[in-house]
Design a protein around this ligand. Structure first.
Ligand code: NAD
Length: 466
């Protein structure tokens, strides 16, 4: 623990108490305050965008175009959508009552939960910190945000910008690693929004249970891509290679492995290999358009996955220690029980397994944890529909990768071990609100028949009515 981090952890309970005081004094409720915070987030992204992109490059060599698209522009769109619509979402929602519940009126009042904690991972270090913050602030909550320590330069810059542009009375940023997270999780929050690994998600869920705090857990896992007999293989190869090797595979919803119909395997492998060359040239580990692995620990982890998988390495497999880049790697027919096929890869390695039918592909997916994303490449609507109907995953994208997270109208999240709770657009606002139902009855008529004692005719009528 650094001296700075120690100072932070020692003051965490004090920071949480101050932020709670701000929430309890009503600071965060007015729409005007919420708008100012969302405008503050937009200034962080728009005025601080170049600084943030430079920081992400310093941390893990993220190409400027990708950093701008995935962390800045994506988040700007999300914050603007929330800024434009949250007042409408915050309005009381009238419920239609059944005749037997009348006379009376039913209304759902979205109200802020209180103090929310946002813990972010390092791989999209701006987007995954600011997008949950936007949902939380729009819902009228006070927020404590913790960026990832694995991207220290981005953590420093984003924290500085957030402190400069948001209300410090009700929004705090705590930098640090596991120590800071652990002390934070000992405190009582009204909501915890965690994005990260399934293993740490369990740590967060256990800590939250202590205070019965509701959580959103945006986790990881192995997201399959299924290539059916009728797939447009060239399109599938381009779109899969893009979604897999963007951020060097360090994307929660990257296709983790491919299940391809036997008849299309060779064609797909050839198309993937040539697409990798098209994208990154002869040596991706020297390409500025290809991201670094975040640190040496993760390089060693990925090298471990390259051992003992029992498959054939068709391309890649080499690590350039100088650039900390692992060449895009395709492995055909690995052992389904090897660590490569058991653990989330979270790096630029794409295993390809052959199946003989849609049923076999479905059974393979259903025999494992429910994934965060599932991709189907098919021009046969019936096949695509069968896969969607017979598998369960956080989300599905047919004939592309990653894009299902971009429309704010589509909720994003996992299921089972890949997560719980959803956000993006209105779904995030709803998740960070207490949807409080209020039933209002007139004082007349008074139905005294329902009160005890339940005697004679009264009990007969009541039994009928109930
Ligand atoms: P991680 O779980 O190691 O860390 C995430 C956050 O938790 C960091 O801020 C870290 O400081 C904190 N943390 C780490 N260990 C902790 C502990 N023991 N106790 C308390 N806090 C702790 O994840 P990561 O390496 O930053 O990110 C990669 C993982 O995140 C992958 O599994 C990926 O699939 C997943 N992910 C999911 C999504 C999603 O939206 N579902 C998005 C991005 C990443």
């Amino acid at each position: 623990m650094s001296i700075d981090e120690r100072t932070e952890t020692e003051t965490i309970p004090g920071v949480v108490a101050a932020i709670r005081h701000a929430f309890q004094s009503g600071t965060t409720r007015p729409f005007e305050w919420r708008k100012r915070q969302l405008d503050g987030l937009l200034r962080v992204l728009e005025e601080g965008g170049d600084q943030l992109v430079t920081a992400m490059q310093a941390d893990f060599g993220k190409p400027t175009v990708e950093a701008h698209a995935t962390d800045i522009a994506f988040t700007v769109t999300e914050v603007k959508h929330i800024r434009k619509n949250f007042e409408k979402w915050a309005e009381p929602r009238k419920a239609k009552l059944r005749l037997k519940d009348k006379p009376g009126s039913g209304v759902i009042h979205p109200e802020p939960l209180g103090v929310s904690l946002v813990i972010a991972p390092w791989n999209y270090p701006v987007q995954l910190l600011l997008a949950p913050m936007a949902a939380s602030l729009a819902a009228g909550n006070a927020v404590i945000a913790k960026p990832s320590e694995l991207t220290p330069e981005t953590s420093r810059v984003v924290s500085q910008l957030l402190r400069a542009h948001l209300d410090p009375e009700a929004v705090a940023v705590i930098e640090g690693g596991v120590d800071a997270s652990t002390v934070l999780l000992e405190q009582r929050f009204d909501h915890i929004f965690f994005t990260g690994s399934t293993a740490v998600g369990k740590v967060v869920a256990r800590a939250a249970a202590e205070h019965l705090t509701p959580t959103v857990l945006e986790l990881g896992g192995k997201s399959p891509a299924i290539v059916t007999p009728d797939a447009d293989v060239d399109i599938a190869a381009h779109r899969m290679a893009w979604g897999k090797f963007l951020n060097a595979g360090q994307t929660c919803i990257a296709p983790d492995y491919v299940l391809v119909d036997r008849a299309r395997k060779d064609e797909l492998v050839d198309a993937l290999v040539s697409t990798i060359g098209e994208f990154y040239g002869d040596d991706a580990t020297r390409s500025d358009d290809f991201t670094q692995v975040v640190n040496d620990r993760h390089v060693a982890r990925l090298e471990g996955l390259l051992d003992g998988h029992g498959g054939t390495v068709v391309c890649g497999g080499a690590v350039n220690a100088q650039t900390r880049k692992l060449a895009p790697t395709i492995i055909v027919d690995p052992d389904p029980d090897s660590p490569l096929m058991q653990e989330e890869i979270f790096g630029p390695i794409l295993p390809i397994l052959v199946v003989d039918s849609i049923d076999e592909a479905v059974a393979f997916v259903n025999g494992r944890d429910k994934p965060l994303a599932l991709y189907v490449f098919s021009t046969n609507t019936a096949d695509a529909e069968q896969i969607v109907a017979e598998t369960s995953s956080g989300g599905v994208c047919v004939n592309h990768t990653l894009f299902h997270i971009t429309p704010p109208e589509l909720p994003f999240g996992g299921v089972g071990p890949s997560g719980q709770g959803r956000y993006h657009g209105k779904s995030g606002f709803d998740e960070l609100s207490n949807m409080k139902p209020v039933l209002t009855k007139p004082t007349k008529p008074e139905i005294s028949m329902m009160y005890p004692p339940y005697t004679g005719l009264k009990s007969k009528v009541l039994k009928k009515l109930v």
